[in-house]
Ligand binder design. Structure first.
Ligand code: CA
Length: 332
């Protein structure tokens, strides 16, 4: 009887837990450390909060993971790139310096909507110019870590910021896009699967838009087309509507990195025209990620992104994530 009683107790506990989970999270996107993890059909964004986001989908105190910013921490920080070798642009709030001017190289031409200047206190004027010295903003502030929205989105590759005096700055983040491919419908020409003790694992096409760029193949967040196919492998994502694309970042695997070499990327317009966007050049070398900035992007909005695999001997296309940063018109 004691054994039956134990089963009954466990069953009761399980039912209680299920009711508790449903009560707490049923009406909202579920989350783990600020990442939406399940019920994603009801969620539209992946919040990159430091802690769990609240019931409105916003991050408490707007505290975002390094490299992310904006409402719900869903926008990418364009200042965080290898060309800005300065502790004002390293994504680390514990490093800082005192400056009266800053030049942000965006590593490509992007639409910029806003930026955040993380400082102790700033009471003075700020002038922001683009790479051609056109004044984009001139304003006085009395704020700690002001979020500054430009009067209109600006297409530029450089931002020059001039402060009225030297101020202590922990970080400058530049707001420039959101991943419009996240959780959108995907397809691939074939799918590789692997046997495990309790069934099969499929390295399906949706793993390239699950929000994780984890390059460890064993962590099950990368796609893989079937082996032994003679035709060129391909993968695509349907964005649902046409977006002006400002950049695409492809996360590659940590191993077998050469499989991405020689890929071709296309964008398809809403009227069905398939435009060549990028053709991977020779010679090849190993890459953790491939960033295609706006200089590669088509001039017209596209609604489908297609990647066609290399025509090498293996003919395997494997992608850990395809981040497609679409143009944003406003902050919310
Ligand atoms: Ca992934």
């Amino acid at each position: 009887m004691a054994w039956v009683g134990s089963i009954q107790l466990k069953t009761t506990t399980l039912i209680f837990l299920l009711i508790h989970i449903h009560h707490c999270y049923g009406e909202y996107c579920s989350y783990l450390n600020g990442r939406t993890s399940v019920n994603k059909g009801d969620c539209t964004e992946l919040e990159h909060c430091v802690s769990n986001f609240d019931q409105t989908g916003q991050c408490p105190g707007n505290q975002c993971e390094p490299g992310w910013m904006g409402p719900g921490c869903q926008y990418v920080n364009l200042a965080l790139n290898p060309l800005n070798k300065d502790n004002v642009f390293d994504g680390d709030m514990t490093t800082h310096r005192s400056i009266n001017a800053a030049t942000v190289n965006l590593n490509g031409t992007f639409i910029v909507n806003a930026f955040i200047i993380h400082t102790r206190w700033f009471s003075g004027s700020l002038t922001v110019r683009d790479g051609h010295q056109n004044v984009l903003l001139q304003k006085s502030f009395q704020l700690v870590s002001p979020t500054i929205v430009l009067p209109r989105p600006v297409l530029t590759d450089i931002l020059n910021m001039q402060f009225s005096y030297s101020i202590y700055i922990k970080e400058i983040e530049v707001f420039g896009g959101r991943d419009v491919a996240l959780w959108k419908p995907t397809n691939q020409s074939s799918t590789y699967s692997e046997a495990i003790p309790n069934g099969m694992i499929k390295f399906s096409s949706d793993k390239a838009v699950d929000g994780s760029g984890d390059g460890n193949f064993g962590n099950l967040s990368c796609t893989h087309t079937a082996t032994g196919h003679s035709k060129n492998p391909s993968w695509n994502v349907n964005l649902g509507k046409a977006y002006s694309i400002i950049a695409i970042k492809i996360s590659n695997r940590n191993d077998n990195q050469k499989r991405i070499n020689g890929f071709k990327l296309f964008g398809t317009t809403e009227n069905g025209t398939k435009l060549p966007v990028y053709s991977d050049p020779l010679p090849y070398h190993n890459r953790n990620e491939i960033v295609l900035d706006s200089t590669h992007m088509p001039d017209v909005p596209v609604s489908v992104i297609t990647i066609e695999g290399p025509n090498d001997t293996e003919k395997i296309l494997t992608l850990c994530e395809v981040f497609v940063y679409g143009k944003i018109h406003k902050l919310s």
